[in-house]
Design a protein around this ligand. Structure first.
Ligand SMILES: [Zn+2]
Length: 213
């Protein structure tokens, strides 16, 4: 038995009481990890097929905490929230989950790829592997928030490179937030150029701007 396994869970809770990823309030020990009772009802399911939730409110805060405040543990919970839609849409229909990769410089500074962490619970429940290394981000930088559809597409042209072989026939590409879809489009183009793969998409959240076209 690992020595830490003998430490009661309550002690961990005392040392690092779980906080709501939406408002950072401490959760009471009786509350399950995740959004608090105030934040939870504010999470809106997306009408969009391949995105799970509308981006905004507590969910946006949770994504910011995950990406910019080093709260990587939030990903297990957020990824878990993606599971029902993932199962509904893709159970038995994909052979692997490929998270949208970060550029290696960004990965070094952040320490983890949030899309990969989100992909883990999804892949586990779909009973397929998370495959990384098939797709690489070769161009650093993300388009600025607020730039238009065509600028984003332009900024992301050639952003990804896919390996020439080793792709399973049906792949679910997964990302955290979808804005115009330019990131997923650029990844799709790179993969399709490498191998004829059936691609599906899933994102945690979609920004409202995406509905305006
Ligand atoms: Zn909260």
């Amino acid at each position: 038995m690992h020595p830490l396994a003998r430490i009661p869970r309550d002690l961990f809770v005392c040392l690092a009481p779980p906080r709501c990823p939406g408002c950072d309030q401490r959760l009471s020990p009786s509350e399950p990890a995740g959004f608090c009772v105030v934040c939870a009802p504010l999470i809106e399911e997306a009408r969009f097929g391949s995105a799970c939730f509308e981006y905004g409110g507590p969910l946006a805060e949770a994504v910011r905490a995950l990406k910019y405040l080093g709260r990587w543990r939030v990903a297990e919970y957020l990824g878990g929230l993606m599971v029902p839609r993932a199962l509904r849409l893709y159970r038995g229909r994909v052979d692997a989950v490929v998270p949208i990769p970060l550029h290696r410089k960004r990965l070094r500074t952040r320490g983890y790829n949030q899309a990969e962490l989100l992909a883990r619970p999804v892949a586990r429940m779909l009973r397929v592997p998370v495959r990384r290394g098939l797709l690489e981000r070769v161009k650093a930088g993300r388009p600025q928030v607020g730039v238009g559809r065509s600028e984003r597409a332009l900024a992301l042209r050639g952003a990804f490179a896919a390996t020439e072989s080793g792709w399973p026939p049906r792949v679910l590409i997964l990302d955290d937030v979808r804005t115009t879809g330019a990131t997923l489009d650029a990844a799709t183009a790179a993969i399709k150029a490498a191998q004829p793969v059936t691609l599906h998409r899933l994102t945690l959240a979609v920004t409202v701007a995406d509905d305006v076209s």
